[in-house]
Design a protein around this ligand. Structure first.
Ligand SMILES: Nc1ncnc2c1ncn2[C@@H]1O[C@H](COP(=O)(O)OP(=O)(O)OP(=O)(O)O)[C@@H](O)[C@H]1O
Length: 248
């Protein structure tokens, strides 16, 4: 992986074939500029999670190259992956603790992240006492403590109800605007993909290739009811059509 100024993440002709012969990705090229928010949609098994794992350095590509900014990206997983015996505060502080940051610095980072994720008042709760949406916010807050310039999201809100999902998306957008991190966000929801992104990348069925990149022209911050706007519907229709084609 190399570092390129102005680029949060770049895939250049990236392919991935697993040792058992499964070809997950083929010839994937696209970039995420500094501070840009990009979403990825594609059929199940089209290599979206594999792409994020390659972006984070967890998996090596079989071919092609990747480039990223100067620091390691943050990762928000499908599952909140909280430690049940730890409080909200101590779950949020986990990464900072693993990084051996001094206690005072850790405290400040945790307090800031808890405030950003609007979790004040819940610092001493354990995960079992929280709703699914709040658990995701704890996971988000934990990722924010590393102050990433790039955050990778692997379909983080798939398991919560529609309204909670929208609110979490709104929170991610507020954080993106305020903290200016770049984002690469995988989702199965076309509405979520369009509402969040400056650009939607559509992958084909396995092995995943980029079949379309669709710009989303609406300025941030975007109102929640933009989803019901006719112009929004047009962009969503274009993404849906590319996605439907990608299944064939
Ligand atoms: N370690 C592995 N070894 C072999 N095959 C794998 C491995 N990891 C993933 N795959 C396969 O690679 C393909 C892409 O998987 P991946 O999880 O990246 O897809 P995805 O687009 O994220 O799917 P979904 O939308 O269902 O989450 C799938 O067919 C999957 O079974």
């Amino acid at each position: 992986m190399s570092t390129v100024p102005g680029i949060a993440l770049a895939f250049d002709d990236v392919g991935k074939t697993f040792p058992d012969g499964t070809a997950a990705l083929r010839g994937v090229s696209f970039t995420v500029a500094d501070g840009e928010f990009v979403t990825v949609v594609g059929p199940s098994g089209s290599g979206k999670s594999t792409l994020l794992r390659i972006a984070s350095g967890l998996t090596e590509p079989s071919s092609g190259t990747t480039a990223h900014g100067p620091d390691a990206p943050g990762y928000v997983f499908q599952d909140p992956t909280l430690l049940p015996w730890r409080t909200v505060e101590s779950n949020v502080g986990l990464f900072a603790q693993l990084d051996h940051l001094p206690r005072s610095q850790r405290r400040a980072l945790v307090a800031a992240a808890i405030s950003l994720a609007e979790l004040e008042g819940f610092e001493h709760h354990r995960p079992a006492a929280l709703s699914g949406g709040m658990r995701m916010r704890v996971s988000l807050a934990r990722s924010l403590t590393v102050r990433p310039s790039l955050l990778l999201f692997d379909e983080p809100f798939g398991a919560v109800d529609e309204i909670t999902r929208q609110r979490l998306g709104e929170q991610v957008q507020r954080l993106h605007i305020r903290e200016r991190f770049a984002g690469l966000f995988v989702t199965h929801s076309v509405t979520e993909a369009v509402w969040l992104a400056r650009r939607v990348v559509v992958l084909s069925a396995r092995p995943g290739r980029v079949v379309a990149q669709i710009d989303v022209p609406f300025p941030y911050p975007r109102p929640a009811d933009l989803r019901f706007d006719a112009a929004f519907g047009e962009v969503a229709r274009t993404v849906s059509a590319a996605l439907a084609e990608s299944f064939t």
